[in-house]
Design a protein around this ligand. Structure first.
Ligand code: ADP
Ligand code: ZN
Length: 342
């Protein structure tokens, strides 16, 4: 097992990578524990919840609403939750966002932890202390920063993940490697086949290295004042591809990273060989690297995103494998450089 500590202003989070789920109870403080999960996870792993008061809601992004939060508050009341109650979110990113937000706000804040069951949640969603829900058609509009006490990452959960969900997680793993760990990048290049066959020891290693990159970035910039922006690598165009091309988040981020690497080469920041390595790695993991699209529609989506963020458009470039920089990008440069990825 690898334990990584993330010290944030709202507390210290221990990420337990390779810890077995049957050891979950040893990480709970005394007192009442309430589990929060979604219907899929409960159906797949019923034994986990037997004898434990559990709040369950339908699976999927559409559950990430204030209505579900109100539903959870109601169940917590019914179950007699008090200030000593500890909440455990068991599931993917949607469950951790909801369970964390409900726990952080109910009675002005209950202790909580996560048992993360998707690769995406293990390497990304559960690490960093962001909680929240969608509102008014915008993602993650309402929420709070609050570190969970622990994030238990048992790689055996990944064996039941649908392939699309696995790929979404792998896209973020590649992102972490590209922005912060040449060593992780090389491991992925050398062992992509074994990664796809879900070798448990290898999964544990790549989750640990991936979380280490995110933890280091978040540790230096918990509330996204500056450096944390490097975690958006591949996401500026990725979000536009996701919204306009109907792709999954992972597919869209894969394409967004390919495009961002090309823009980095165009600026003279990145050697063309490194952009080619990124593209080859994504391809070997089964992620898409080419797409054709309507340039104006994509630029329009980027402009909308930019408006929401306010200020100039910040863009994450690569300067090498494992090395990212954030620089302003004039929309004109994007207009001039984005084109179909072939
Ligand atoms: P994320 O991809 O952000 O972690 P979700 O929390 O929505 O997003 O999880 C994605 C989907 O995978 C949901 O339908 C969820 O119920 C399901 N899921 C979560 N964990 C597992 C698992 N270990 N095996 C199979 N399906 C899972
Ligand atoms: Zn992402």
């Amino acid at each position: 097992m690898t334990v990584l500590e993330i010290r944030g202003q709202t507390g210290t989070s221990r990420v337990l990578i390779g810890e077995r789920i049957d050891r979950l109870s040893s990480h709970l403080p005394g007192g009442q524990a309430i589990f929060i999960t979604d219907r899929n996870v409960r159906r797949l792993y019923p034994a986990l919840f037997s004898g434990i008061p559990t709040v369950e809601f339908p699976a999927g992004e559409s559950a990430k609403s204030l209505e579900t939060v109100a539903f959870i508050y109601g169940k917590l009341l019914e179950l007699g939750a008090d200030r000593s109650t500890f909440i455990v979110g068991v599931g993917g990113g949607v469950v951790s966002d909801l369970a964390g937000f409900a726990a952080a706000t109910f009675l002005r804040g209950l202790g909580f932890g996560y048992a993360s069951t998707t690769l995406l949640a293990q390497v990304d969603a559960s690490v960093g202390g962001k909680t929240g829900v969608n509102f008014g058609g915008y993602k993650n509009m309402v929420g709070v920063f609050q570190q969970p006490r622990f994030v238990l990452c048992d790689p055996s959960f990944i064996s039941t993940l649908p392939r699309g969900e696995l790929l979404s997680g792998l896209a973020e793993v590649v992102k972490h490697a590209a922005i912060g760990s040449a060593a992780l990048f090389e491991t992925l290049e050398a062992r992509s086949g074994e990664v796809l066959s879900l070798r448990p020891d290898l999964l544990e290693e790549i989750i640990a290295k991936s979380v280490a990159v995110k933890a280091a970035v978040v540790g230096r910039d918990e509330k996204e004042a500056g450096e944390r922006r490097v975690l958006n690598f591949g996401h500026t165009l990725g979000h536009a591809f996701e919204a306009r091309l109907g792709l999954s988040h992972g597919e869209a981020v894969s394409l967004g990273m390919v495009a961002a690497a090309e823009l980095s080469v165009g600026r003279g920041l990145l050697p063309a060989e490194d952009a080619a390595r990124l593209r080859a790695l994504l391809g070997s993991l089964g992620l898409p690297t080419s797409v054709s699209f309507d340039r104006d529609a994509i630029l329009d989506a980027v402009r909308k995103d930019k408006k929401r963020a306010g200020g100039g458009l910040k863009f994450v470039f690569l300067k090498g494998i494992g090395n990212a920089v954030v620089e302003d990008i004039p929309l004109g440069e994007l207009e001039g450089h984005i084109h179909d990825l072939r």
